[in-house]
Design a protein around this ligand. Structure first.
Ligand SMILES: Nc1ncnc2c1ncn2[C@@H]1O[C@H](COP(=O)(O)OP(=O)(O)O)[C@@H](O)[C@H]1O
Ligand SMILES: [Mg+2]
Length: 326
């Protein structure tokens, strides 16, 4: 659905993106993850036809972004990093205006606008001036204008930046609801954002793509290993001893107390099945078993910050603040 080939962009003598190549299949929800200044917005602006690359090509639904910009723009809803929201317009009027710019059939404009308002939960403010809305609601208006023409592709550039935690959760829920209806690229510098909403991830650092894969594969990127977090009903002093004969288990670490453990394994998910069977048959009571995010975090930090670059601990803890379970 989206093909990006060897894109480069220079701003004067700064190379913002360097030989960026990736592809995204129809229906995928992909996180475009990288630290600030990595080149995310530059890439989004090129894919959406708002900026020309210095070299390379990009196409959406088979249309080259620069040879057929109108066909491409028809198929894309775009939330730029600074949403193009006209603050002296009323929410509904603004969305009608965007729908007409996007060449939505006149007879359908009202129903398309109603649907965008409904999906983004803007009903209560649809007759208010955009200028008077809170940042969270303005961001919703930005997303509403991106989806108003019901585009095949949605490109959201840092959709939750600057929002408070409640607003962040609401926007993430909204993105989850949009899954399945659009092909989505969501750029972010926050790992949990990707974990909360995406199936695949493309990681960019200093203008270069450093990884692209499913989240599942990336978390076990190295050595075919994985890690699961386990919470037991009963304490056990030596889980390593209990699991030592389970094929594929290569390490057991104690967590906050003797009920919480992390198990490293090598191989496929069959190992997890054997671990849980062993625990259950030992009568310890299995309350939780979830893939540990630590590995993906480690992979991300290593790919982006590098092992020799220190990262501030507050920044690291901000990136690990949400919890993902399956
Ligand atoms: N208009 C511009 N002029 C000069 N440099 C720019 C401009 N826009 C971005 N850059 C530089 O290009 C690099 C990538 O920026 P950007 O694509 O905005 O990254 P991100 O969105 O990942 O934070 C950064 O080094 C940034 O300073
Ligand atoms: Mg950006």
């Amino acid at each position: 659905m989206i093909e990006v080939k060897q894109l480069c962009k220079d701003y004067g003598n700064i190379r913002a993106i360097d030989n960026v190549t990736f592809s995204i299949q129809k229906g995928d929800v992909v996180g475009f993850l990288g630290p600030n200044g990595a080149g995310k917005s530059t890439t989004m602006k090129i894919i959406t036809g708002f900026m020309a690359p210095s070299s390379g090509s990009a196409s959406v639904a088979g249309f080259d972004v620069f040879e057929n910009p109108i066909e491409v723009k028809k198929r894309i809803g775009y939330l730029p990093e600074t949403p193009p929201v006209y603050s002296d317009m009323f929410v509904r009027d603004y969305l009608r205006y965007v729908a007409s710019l996007k060449q939505v059939d006149k007879a359908k404009i009202n129903s398309f606008v109603d649907r965008a308002i409904e999906k983004t939960n803007l009903n209560q403010v649809s007759h208010r001036l955009i200028h008077h809305l809170s940042k969270g609601f303005k961001q919703r208006v930005g997303i509403a204008q991106a989806i108003v023409s019901d585009p095949e592709v949605l490109i959201l550039d840092e959709p939750t930046v600057g929002l408070d935690p409640k607003q962040v959760a609401e926007i993430r829920d909204l993105i989850k609801e949009l899954r399945g209806q659009h092909t989505i690229i969501l750029s972010t510098h926050i790992l949990p954002e990707v974990q909360a909403t995406c199936e695949r991830v493309v990681i960019i650092n200093k203008g270069k793509i450093v990884a692209q894969d499913t989240i599942q594969n990336l978390s076990t990127l190295e050595r075919g290993q994985g890690k699961v977090f386990i919470r037991l009903r009963k304490e056990i002093q030596d889980l390593a001893g209990l699991l030592k004969e389970v094929q594929g288990v290569i390490g057991v670490d104690n967590g906050a107390n003797k009920k919480e453990w992390k198990v490293d394994y090598k191989g496929d998910e069959e190992v997890i099945g054997r671990v849980s069977e062993k625990i259950v048959s030992s009568g310890l009571g299995l309350i939780e078993l979830s893939p540990s995010k630590v590995d993906l975090e480690d992979v991300f930090l290593k790919l982006t910050y590098g092992s020799d670059n220190k990262i501030e601990s507050s920044e690291k803890s901000a990136q690990v603040s949400s919890h993902v379970t399956v």
